[in-house]
Design a protein around this ligand. Structure first.
Ligand code: UN1
Length: 476
């Protein structure tokens, strides 16, 4: 059994409270005990971060490069081992877990490079003899709150840019996945980063979030999680005039047109809807299919989906792992019932699989209308619906008829429709002949409408949130 302590001012601490880290594939497998920070511990971490940030903000691009690059190198070198831990505590399949760890390593490598390219500008003043320069400076202490579904990639894509631009970090990872956050903190801790610059305070979100939000020494909060919690975070940050960045839900459409390549469409929809057990805010949960391909698509989808192998996340051959916990499983099954009560027809799956983990068979619905709750509310599980559309125009309208706007996909061989969809889909990310989920690490990530709030994450656009702009005037 392993301990997953918190990291406060360069010291590991289990504190006074801890919670078990349980394997969702086998609840008899308790991976370890995770520290659960108290209010005082979070305050200590924030004080330490504020004190350490002053020095870190003065570090050179070379120092930042070396540290971020070393972190990336170690993560990549240990991707199998860390991928196994991730799959064990989160339940995505081992290949997905290893892939996610590799992504985290690549993110650190990317921001190592960005540390060498922190941009500035020099302009002539409108006044004679005066010159103006514009530079990016660190914000200060960043509070980072991460979800359970990407236990290492999301902590990486928030903490790497935070450190790159000279900030200090106080991070709270989701209670269900303390192991990956601890492993990341351990690598960061040994990387040569001055103590106190990166702190980990895992524990209850309802307790730790408000401390971060109300603390005067925290300059900004980057949050990924539910819409409901995101709204509370934004309200608290607005009251305290803190910078805030939110990534929340999705109800991402995948349009399949008559002219689509059927194999590509089915591949993209199965991956987008069900991989990672559908537990991605980028999941393709609404499949909007035009009349001419509808019957063939439904037949091919139901054949493929019902043949998916559901099982232990770390077992070779598993395609769909467990749901994260009992509560989420109950929610997923409740949505299966809701859909049926609304008149949707279950084509396959949607059943709890008995065993020692939180398993359910992937559920696919037909005869659904876009206004139904099953098509408007995010389930965050292995549940997808098919909506029939007359033609491209109707499909686009349905795709956009949602309060979310994270990712939108289309499968088509038509340049005309692909081009039109890229222009008119109301989403932050558009995918053509690709799943709505599964993004690159070097380009911006984020959505429109109810999915995101604040500036984009990832790529060089991350600078917008993790730095502040200073304009200096000088008369020579
Ligand atoms: C991806 O689809 O590759 O929580 C990433 C989520 C997103 C990340 C999705 N923030 O599902």
């Amino acid at each position: 059994m392993t301990n997953f302590p918190n990291l406060i001012d360069g010291e590991w601490t289990m504190g006074t409270q801890s919670v078990p880290n349980v394997n969702p594939s086998d609840t008899n497998d308790v991976i370890g005990q995770a520290a659960s920070a108290t209010t005082e511990e979070v305050e200590q971490a924030i004080d330490a971060a504020a004190a350490a940030q002053v020095g870190w903000s003065k570090s050179t691009p070379q120092q930042r490069f070396d540290i971020l690059d070393a972190i990336g190198t170690e993560i990549l070198a240990r991707k199998e081992e860390l991928g196994d831990l991730l799959a064990r505590e989160e339940g995505k399949t081992l290949p997905e877990g290893i892939g996610e760890v590799a992504r985290a390593g690549q993110i650190f490598k990317f921001f190592a490079g960005e540390a060498l390219r922190i941009p500035g500008e020099r302009l002539e003043s409108v006044r004679p003899g005066v010159e103006v320069d514009i530079r990016r400076e660190a914000l200060g202490v960043i509070g980072i709150i991460t979800p359970w579904n990407f236990p290492i990639a999301i902590p990486a894509w928030k903490s790497a840019p935070a450190l790159c631009y000279g900030n200090a970090v106080v991070m709270k990872a989701a209670e269900a996945v303390p192991g990956s956050a601890w492993a990341l903190a351990d690598i960061i801790h040994r990387s040569g980063l001055p103590k106190g610059v990166f702190n980990l305070v895992n524990g209850k979100g309802s307790k730790i979030g408000p401390v971060m939000i109300d603390h005067p020494k925290v300059a900004g909060i980057s949050f990924t999680g539910s819409v409901q919690t995101g709204q509370q975070v934004a309200q608290g940050c607005a009251k305290n005039l803190k910078k805030v960045q939110l990534e929340m839900g999705g109800k991402n459409p995948m349009v399949v047109l008559d002219d689509a390549d059927l194999d590509i469409a089915v591949g993209a929809c199965v991956n987008g809807a069900f991989f990672s057990t559908g537990q991605r805010c980028t999941a393709s949960s609404r499949l909007i299919v035009t009349e001419g391909i509808y019957d063939a698509f439904v037949a091919a989808m139901s054949k493929t989906v019902s043949a998916l192998t559901v099982g232990d996340a770390r077992k070779a051959g598993t395609q769909i792992g467990p749901v994260i916990d009992q509560r989420q499983l109950e929610k997923d099954l409740e949505y299966v019932q809701i859909a049926q009560q609304e008149g949707a027809t279950l084509v396959c799956g949607g059943e709890k699989i008995e065993g020692s983990g939180h398993f359910m068979s992937p559920a696919l619905f037909v005869d659904t209308a876009n206004h139904m709750r099953i098509n408007q509310e995010e389930v965050f599980g292995p549940v997808a619906t098919i909506i029939k559309a007359k033609d491209y125009e109707e499909a686009l309208k349905l795709a956009n008829d949602t309060e979310f706007g994270l990712s939108a996909g289309i499968c088509t061989t038509s340049l005309k429709y692909a081009t039109d969809f890229k222009a008119n889909a109301k989403a932050g990310m558009v995918m053509v002949n690709l799943p709505t989920a599964g993004v690159d690490y070097h380009v911006p990530f984020g959505g429109t409408k109810g999915s995101s709030y604040g500036s984009r994450e990832q790529g060089r656009y991350a600078a917008e949130f993790y730095s502040t702009v200073k304009t200096s005037y000088m008369q020579a």
